[in-house]
Write a protein that binds this ligand. Structure first.
Ligand code: HEC
Ligand code: HEC
Ligand code: HEC
Ligand code: HEC
Ligand code: HEC
Length: 331
């Protein structure tokens, strides 16, 4: 119901702004600026083009019958309409092929409400965070660590890392929070900035331009780290320091498994011994180290979202499992 009303409202506003040219298309209102520069693309058009090339424009594995956009436990993030209307049953969403995260997903219905309220309920707890709450509603780990059932963090652990809330923390250590939550509306500020076109970018990619207000003179997001965090004897780009720590943690966990290995699949972290047999029992600390490993990998920013917290999570996990940090600068 509510969805219908906001749709009508959206169409109405669109009519006022663009004279009903594209009312049937749900095109959100164009910004009010007069066309001072004729050559400049119409922002709504430019936005649509950027969005169409983004990962949001297509549902994950849409063709497959197993697509998460067609599964009840998954559709509320993987099908844009299911999200807007908060539908979690395939029968209730009888509207044809799945759609990715389209204009309506964020600009109407449930998405608009979360955006405006700035409040979101994550598995790891409630978060109040301006507009970024909208992104966090889908971009979170979906799970909390549990050494009994051994769930894995989902492929989208961004909210957890940005907010510094869902990593396994060793006792007695104080973990830092992100300087980057100071960015206005967090996710929006870095991923949807106006990059000169006069409208918020809809590629959803973070651009190094957005860093320069605070980190002057950098020309890559992989900016030089302040110190050697992975202990390999050189100070590299910050993302490479994080890659180095991830490799050390990975190798440390496998050393504990004495030739075995660990992976993440079907929502769980799986451990195998040297002969490829599944291990039913593993010590909690091994699971916790692996949880932190996948949390950082699945955050996808290679530490940028919360530099201090990520370095601490990885270094402490390595030390907890008797790994070697060499002469790394410990935070
Ligand atoms: C309704 C759920 C939902 C919302 C809300 C949402 N996303 Fe996404 N996002 C997804 C899904 C699902 C994917 C993966 C799409 C695919 O690959 O099929 C994705 C993909 C992405 C990607 C590309 C990831 C990659 O590895 O290529 C970025 C970046 C992104 N989203 C950023 C954002 C930002 C920023 C916001 C807030 C403005 C946001 N998302 C809001 C569900 C959502
Ligand atoms: C993943 C969420 C998401 C999707 C999908 C999305 N938008 Fe947006 N859109 C935003 C956010 C967030 C902002 C505001 C960013 C800011 O202010 O920093 C925005 C801003 C805009 C604006 C500027 C409004 C203003 O007042 O300046 C327009 C126009 C717009 N979007 C149109 C679209 C269109 C058209 C589509 C589909 C092709 C679309 N958006 C898809 C999240 C989204
Ligand atoms: C809370 C929201 C949410 C739910 C629920 C959810 N996902 Fe996702 N999923 C995402 C987001 C967001 C991404 C995009 C990854 C990123 O952020 O880079 C994603 C990515 C994926 C990917 C692509 C992974 C990759 O490495 O490219 C697969 C596959 C996937 N999800 C499967 C599922 C399945 C299966 C379910 C249900 C059992 C499910 N998802 C439930 C939010 C969700
Ligand atoms: C300080 C700026 C900043 C903030 C705040 C921020 N991000 Fe990012 N994000 C980045 C950078 C930089 C990368 C890594 C891009 C690269 O390596 O090229 C990234 C990577 C990602 C990725 C992996 C896919 C990609 O685009 O490479 C996703 C998904 C993502 N961020 C979503 C989010 C979400 C959701 C939020 C809010 C909870 C958020 N980000 C907050 C800067 C930021
Ligand atoms: C609102 C200001 C602000 C913005 C915007 C911002 N940062 Fe930061 N960043 C900080 C502060 C403050 C710190 C912590 C103090 C420091 O290390 O300089 C920090 C720390 C870092 C660190 C840790 C450095 C180290 O070696 O310990 C990295 C890496 C980083 N930022 C990268 C980025 C990238 C990449 C972007 C753009 C995508 C970005 N930042 C945007 C304020 C910002």
């Amino acid at each position: 119901m509510r969805y219908k009303y906001s749709l009508i409202l959206l169409v109405l506003v669109a009519c006022l702004a663009v004279g009903c040219r594209q009312a049937a298309d749900n095109t959100p209102p164009e910004p009010q600026e007069p066309a001072q520069e004729e050559q400049q693309k119409n922002p709504a058009e430019a936005i649509r083009e950027e969005w169409a090339k983004s990962a949001h424009a297509t549902a994950t594995n849409a063709e497959s019958p197993d697509s998460p956009a067609k599964r009840e436990a998954c559709m509320r993030c993987h099908d844009g309409r299911a999200y807007t209307m908060q539908i979690s049953s395939v029968e209730d969403l009888d509207t044809g092929e799945p759609v990715g995260q389209d204009c309506d997903t964020c600009h109407s219905g449930h998405g608009k409400e979360v955006w405006q309220s700035g409040l979101v309920q994550l598995p790891a707890g409630e978060v109040r965070d301006g507009g970024g709450a909208l992104c966090m509603d889908c971009h979170n780990a979906r799970n909390i660590p549990d050494p009994e059932n051994r769930p894995a963090p989902h492929a989208s652990a961004e909210a957890d890392i940005v907010m510094g809330i869902n990593g396994f923390q060793v006792e007695g250590k104080t973990y830092g929070s992100s300087p980057h939550t100071a960015v206005k509306d967090t996710c929006f500020g870095c991923h949807m900035a106006d990059l000169g076109g006069g409208y918020p970018s809809h590629t959803f990619k973070s651009d190094v331009e957005t860093c320069k207000s605070c980190h002057q003179g950098i020309d890559t997001v992989n900016m030089k780290a302040k110190d050697d965090y992975d202990g390999d004897g050189t100070v590299e780009g910050f993302q490479e320091e994080v890659d180095g720590l991830l490799k050390t943690l990975h190798d440390t966990i496998e050393a504990k498994l004495e030739g075995g290995s660990f992976t993440s699949g079907h929502g769980r972290i799986l451990f195998q011994d040297g002969n490829g047999n599944d291990l039913e029992n593993v010590p909690a600390e091994l699971y916790h180290g692996a949880w932190n490993y996948f949390l950082v990998v699945n955050d996808g920013s290679r530490g940028i979202h919360n530099p201090l917290y990520v370095v601490q999570l990885l270094q402490q996990s390595i030390l907890m499992l008797d790994g070697d940090l060499g002469d790394a600068k410990q935070l």
